[in-house]
Design a protein around this ligand. Structure first.
Ligand code: APR
Ligand code: PHB
Length: 389
């Protein structure tokens, strides 16, 4: 098989790029190692920056998002003393949209299938070679048969554990990373959300977040030790702990119910040294992992895809390689700014076991400064709603 572009990975990054290529007449194939059902069963964050929403709408997969997504003007922040609201709309004239990543993924798969896109599922043993030459190749196995795809470009959208990332790093240098000794225990419950907008909380017992997917589906998180396990937490124990991490006045009307999903996500940070090599470009989690505080994962995947798409169209339409050469530098600038914000939010909201009491005080005072300073709230709003690209 011969294609202009091979996309490896059918998560949000790969799917968004596929939609853009298809709408612009660039011939591609997307290969995903799992089934579509498996990809759609993963529960991830659900906060979209306007740049992400605009891309989805522009490419023609925004109808359900526009109908069902909720526009939030800001977020609530709670401390041991009470809570306050940061109003993005008022401060920077921007909003966020709450719409689950699973739904976006479903919308993109539905659209791609109806447009007749070339999607291959359950591709095993994926490998890529010759990407520093003009004719890179991808191999995969399906139903016991080995296939070879010759292409002009390979876009690695295969996440943190994919094959593409390993092709850019060598044994001695894997990029920049940090791991925190904590995780987020999350539950999904068919109950109304705590408030009309998200509530991030710093408490002496650790971080908590009240988020939502709709008016009858809530997503809650509490900070736990990285070594903890979901089975250690009954629903009752979870709700009990959650209630103690918000001020009493805020949770008196909390509606509790059985969890329909419960899992622990680690808090880690990783940025690849480079996001491209020759004819191989990385997008999304293949190139970076941000801690979940601030919900930047999917939004960064979307800005990477924006830059990658610019580079790809420059290459095919104008026969210009400059975009490919500059892709990594351009994308990494925004990645590092989002990482900085996620890391700062993470440090400010969590109680981190290996931090000394002095550092804890500094972080508590960081939050108190955010509460008191409109200038700080403006900076927070600018970052939370998404930096321009
Ligand atoms: N070959 C083919 N597909 C692969 C391979 C491989 N060798 N390895 C992994 N994949 C697939 C995975 O099965 C997954 O469906 O690549 C996809 C990567 O998807 P995500 O992990 O969701 O990564 P990305 O698309 O970059 O997501 C960006 O969405 O899922 C969240 O946490 C993620 O917030 C981040 C954002
Ligand atoms: C979520 O709704 O899952 C969510 C929201 C905000 C975050 C992280 C996750 O910062």
């Amino acid at each position: 098989m011969r294609k202009q572009v091979v996309i490896i990975g059918g998560g949000p990054a790969g799917l968004l790029l596929a939609c853009k290529l298809l709408r612009n007449g660039i011939d591609f194939v997307l290969i995903e190692q799992r089934t579509k059902e498996y990809v759609l069963s993963r529960i991830r964050a659900g906060v979209l920056e306007s740049g992400t929403v605009n891309q989805l709408v522009e490419v023609g997969v925004g109808d359900r998002l526009k109908a069902e997504g909720q526009t939030h003007d800001g977020v609530y922040i709670s401390t041991s003393d009470g809570f306050f609201h940061v109003n993005f709309k008022k401060l920077v004239n921007k909003t966020i949209t709450v719409y689950g990543q699973t739904e976006i993924t479903r919308d993109m798969y539905d659209a791609l299938e109806s447009w007749g896109a070339n999607l291959i599922f359950e591709a095993k043993g994926v490998d890529l070679i010759d990407f520093t030459s003009d004719s890179p190749k991808v191999f995969y196995q399906k139903d016991g048969v080995t296939h070879e795809i010759q292409s002009d470009l390979i876009i690695g959208c295969d996440g943190f554990h994919g094959i593409s990332k390993s092709k850019l790093s060598d044994d001695s240098d894997n990029g920049f990373s940090a791991q925190l000794p904590i995780g987020w225990l999350g539950i999904l419950s068919e109950t109304p959300p705590l408030k009309d907008e998200l509530v991030y909380s710093r408490s002496d017992r650790g971080f908590a977040l009240a988020s939502m997917r709709s008016q009858c589906l809530s997503r809650y998180y509490i900070q736990v030790a990285l070594s903890d396990l979901p089975e250690n937490w009954s629903d009752e124990a979870f709700w009990h702990e959650l209630k103690h991490r918000f001020p009493a006045g805020l949770v008196e009307n909390l509606v509790m119910g059985p969890s329909i999903e419960k899992s622990i996500a680690p808090l880690r940070a990783y940025v690849s040294k480079s996001m491209s090599r020759g004819r191989l470009l990385l997008c999304g989690d293949a190139a970076h992992i941000v801690p979940p505080t601030g919900a930047k994962g999917l939004n960064l995947a979307a800005s990477d895809v924006h830059y990658a798409f610019e580079a790809i169209t420059g290459f095919f339409r104008d026969n210009d390689q400059t975009g490919l050469e500059n892709y990594s530098t351009k994308a990494l600038l925004r990645v590092w700014k989002s990482m900085r914000f996620s890391w700062w939010m993470t440090q400010m909201f969590h109680t981190i076991p290996d931090r000394n009491p002095f550092e804890e005080k500094i972080m508590a005072s960081e939050l108190s400064h955010l509460q008191d300073s409109i200038a700080m709230q403006k900076v927070f709003s600018e970052n939370y709603t998404g930096l321009p690209y």
